[in-house]
Design a protein around this ligand. Structure first.
Ligand code: NAD
Length: 527
């Protein structure tokens, strides 16, 4: 006999979960009082099963007007609107209806699972099953363990996830669980950057896509709805009181003005004449090697190695100096000097030294995430030749690079910067100078939030990475990304950000762990 489940609320999530459940082999009963919602759900089932040719599963779905007085289902899940009183009443009715040892689940995104467990008898049977929208397509399921949840019920929740074909991650009952929490800086830092006029919405979105996000933060907020996105931020901020989650004024104003995104016809973009055209910061790598320039690359570490390899493919004349003590060997012919440093230290002094010995026509590129560009320019006799650039982690997976459009830099130097990165096959976007520029500030803060979540035992590092890849389509999990960029490098970026914008954005003490071997036991075993 089929296992059976009861779903309360047949809206966006309830109907999607019902489809996932029947496909997973459950007999499903859905409680949905509104005829309109049922019709929408039926039309959705029709579309979905026509595409996949499994219409027969729909025979396993039964509609109910209200929660039955008694039910022998193994699993009951509520997916009614996000109001505590409503969910509480539904939970009380469900707890009376189902067997005391049946699993009782909530799909809440922002309420406390523990508070819901508190309203029923046998709170040990309560878990959060946080599906993602649309449930039929999103592979992730966050399983939320409340303090009351028993091990046996938790195990059963994981068995349910497996039956439904979902990848389950375990999260503790904390505001925003994993995905909604760790994704906050993607939106908040992007809007803070926009408030500082770092670059335009189109350019910032292009930069985000350039490092592998499927959508930029602004186009994504327009899709989600600015009101929905704002409400999630407000709820996490209200429950944690942590200033880094504080809503951004710009978004509050836009919500008040009805600029809610796609559904309202306007948000960060205007949808009046159909979908807006995407601005792409891309460049085709040059086929021929450039022999007009003489490029010198300073610095060491994986970023410098990768840059050197790419430069050698595209430029005929490349000199590599890995050791600062050999800097005197830098060729006086160098027309382009790229400093990759060690990714962590301020290189102002070394650059100022080079400025006094190299001819004024050569252009200097410095890592703007690590070095304070303004201070460096102040030390130079020829600050017009100084360009700040941002390469975050692996250059191979970064298709767009941010370049600082500083007051000092000459137009010629900025033009050469665009040319240089185009030669390397990278799009370039000009941004204003600010700690971490755009990508450093945004990705750095996401990694920081991931590390805070791990330190606070919201979830394991592996589960955080899985959740962000599957639940938010991140190109790589934030912990793995942090290892690639380097914990000390992220700490450097966030320290500078905190100095300017407040301690709330400071690096977490656990970032250093990113620079340890990922699995020390395994390495010891080899030895
Ligand atoms: P929705 O408004 O689309 O659907 C809710 C449905 O519940 C409606 O059809 C409504 O008629 C029905 N309902 C209201 N009161 C009811 C009652 N007493 N008994 C039975 N049905 C009742 O909302 P949604 O987007 O599906 O969200 C449902 C839950 O899922 C919320 O807790 C939300 O936070 C969570 N969630 C939503 C998303 C998302 O992206 N939409 C993602 C994850 C989790």
């Amino acid at each position: 006999m089929n296992q059976r489940c009861l779903i309360v609320g047949g809206g966006t999530m309830g109907s999607g979960i019902a489809l996932v459940a029947v496909r997973g082999g459950y007999g499903v009963e859905i409680v949905e009082p509104l005829a309109g919602a049922r019709e929408r759900a039926l039309a959705y089932f029709e579309r979905e099963t026509q595409r996949s040719g499994d219409g027969a599963v729909l025979e396993q779905i039964t509609w109910l007007d209200g929660i039955p007085a008694s039910s022998d289902v193994e699993l009951a899940l509520e997916a009614v609107p996000e109001r505590f009183e409503l969910k509480r009443d539904v939970f009380v009715a469900l707890a009376h209806a189902i067997a005391p040892d049946a699993l009782l689940a909530t799909n809440t995104s922002s309420l406390s699972v523990a508070a819901l467990a508190d309203v029923v008898e046998r709170p040990d049977r309560v878990v959060g099953l946080h599906f993602f929208n649309p449930p039929a397509r999103m592979a992730l399921l966050e399983v939320i363990c409340a303090p009351q949840t028993s091990d046996e019920m938790l195990e059963r929740a994981f068995a349910v996830a497996e039956k439904l074909g979902k990848t389950a991650v375990l999260a503790s009952d904390t505001p925003g669980f994993i995905v909604n929490r760790v994704a906050r800086p993607f939106y908040l830092q992007a809007m803070r950057a926009l408030e500082c006029e770092l670059a335009s919405v189109e350019e910032l979105d292009a930069l985000a896509r350039g490092v592998g996000f499927r959508m930029g933060p602004f186009e994504l907020m327009d899709l989600i709805g600015l009101d929905v996105n704002f409400a999630t931020t407000e709820s996490i901020y209200a429950r944690t009181g942590a200033q880094r989650f504080a809503p951004v004024e710009l978004q509050r104003r836009m919500v008040e003005q009805g600029l809610l995104g796609r559904k309202a016809g306007a948000g960060f973009y205007n949808y009046g004449n159909g979908p807006p055209e995407r601005y792409e910061a891309v460049a085709e790598p040059q086929a021929q090697s450039n022999s007009d320039e003489f490029v010198a690359l300073l610095g060491f570490g994986p970023r410098a190695d990768e840059l050197a390899e790419l430069l050698e493919q595209r430029y005929a004349n490349v000199q590599r100096i890995e050791n600062d003590e050999l800097i005197d060997e830098l060729s006086p012919q160098a027309t382009i000097v790229i400093d990759a440093g060690d990714g962590v230290s301020d290189r102002g002094e070394i650059i100022a030294g080079l400025d006094s010995v190299l001819g004024a026509e050569s252009v200097f590129f410095i890592d703007a995430y690590a070095t304070d560009l303004r201070r460096c320019a102040r030390r130079m006799q020829h600050p017009q030749r100084l360009i700040g650039y941002g390469v975050l982690g692996a250059l191979e997976s970064q298709h767009a690079v941010e370049i600082v459009d500083s007051d000092d830099a000459s137009d010629d130097a900025l033009e050469l910067a665009q040319e240089l990165f185009a030669t390397l096959g990278k799009g370039a976007v000009l941004v204003e100078d600010s700690p971490g520029l755009f990508l450093g500030r945004t990705v750095g803060s996401i990694v920081n939030e991931a590390m805070i979540a791990v330190a606070e035992e919201v979830a394991s590092a592996d589960d955080v990475d899985t959740a962000m890849r599957l639940g938010a389509n991140y190109p790589i999990g934030p912990v793995a990304w942090g290892r690639e960029i380097g914990g000390a490098r992220i700490a450097r970026i966030l320290k500078r950000l905190a100095d300017e914008e407040g301690e709330a954005f400071a690096p977490h003490r656990s970032l250093w762990m990113l620079d340890l071997a990922p699995n020390p036991e395994a390495e010891e075993a080899v030895e």
